[in-house]
Design a protein around this ligand. Sequence first.
Ligand code: TRP
Ligand code: SF4
Length: 335
Amino acid sequence: MDDATGGRKRILSGMRPTGRLHLGNLVGALANWRALQDDYDCFFMIADYHALMSEYESPGAIAANAREVLIDFVSCGLDPARSVLFRQSDVLQHAELHLVLSCYTPIGWLERCPTYKEQIKELKNRDIHNYAFLGYPVLQAADIVLYKANLVPVGEDQLPHLELAREVVRRFNSLTGAHALIEPQAKLTSSPRLLGTDRRKMSKSYRNQIDIAADAETIRKKVGSMITDPKRIRRDDVGHPDVCNVCQYYKTFAADEADEVAEKCRTAAWGCTDCKARLADLLIEHLREPRDRRAELEADPDRLQAILADGAERAGAVARETLREVKALTGLGGW
Ligand code: TRP
Ligand code: SF4
């Protein structure tokens, strides 16, 4: 194993900068990433090239969103002193390795990728029939193998991309005969998915999300609008906490109160308004620290730039080394 990392395994993961992150991102990704920093050598990336592939018609938003994501990363406890926090487009080798790996990726693998087929069918408000979007998983493979990451913490939706990355690596390794690249493994998160306020998948496009940066008033409003047990209509109706999203939020953010909440619901000892008011208070408290840290970072733009510059430097050092190897193996860059 790599001595420079003190024998620790390496992790890489990334997020596309499409706006401020929400509670679903916090529970599904950031909270896990934060914990992984104790045991792994971590690289966390803002995947702005991946954003451009689908958002190229409104490119102005990408830079601002990348800044928001960096602020959310740091304010949720990703530690720039321990982990490498960087922006994909700051490290040229992503584009370079993407091109090399694309030579080893049959088009059929990409056309058959379930995420691609689904997005082509479902994304009606954007035109993603471009060359780059088909190759989305090739760039993702490059992101990972550039750092020789062993493990990639991702949600289940990303498994087809990880499988494709592994196949590309196997093909590259066998055709170059040097086994220089590491086959990455997905590291699935154990936390159950947190639904949006309307019980659909939490997503900005449904406007059912609660942002990590939300202020107290917004949190109260969003929690107030949450869909509860549909059978509990009047205050004295008994409720069914097992089917109520609000109760699921208690389990996620205040597990020690969840039993009592369920009991008070089943016996109609309190109403949904009381139940939601308490949840809103808990969330406001839970998000206090990220909110305070965000305020500090927003007041100090130089600090954000310094984090990015340091991340680009540290990521670049590893990436340059991998590219040197890859180019030698593929006959590029001299003899
Ligand atoms: N495709 C990932 C997503 O949408 C983002 C991403 C880009 C990524 N590159 C990555 C995730 C590399 C893990 C590893 O969530
Ligand atoms: Fe849901 Fe709470 Fe209302 Fe029960 S009391 S239905 S758990 S919001």
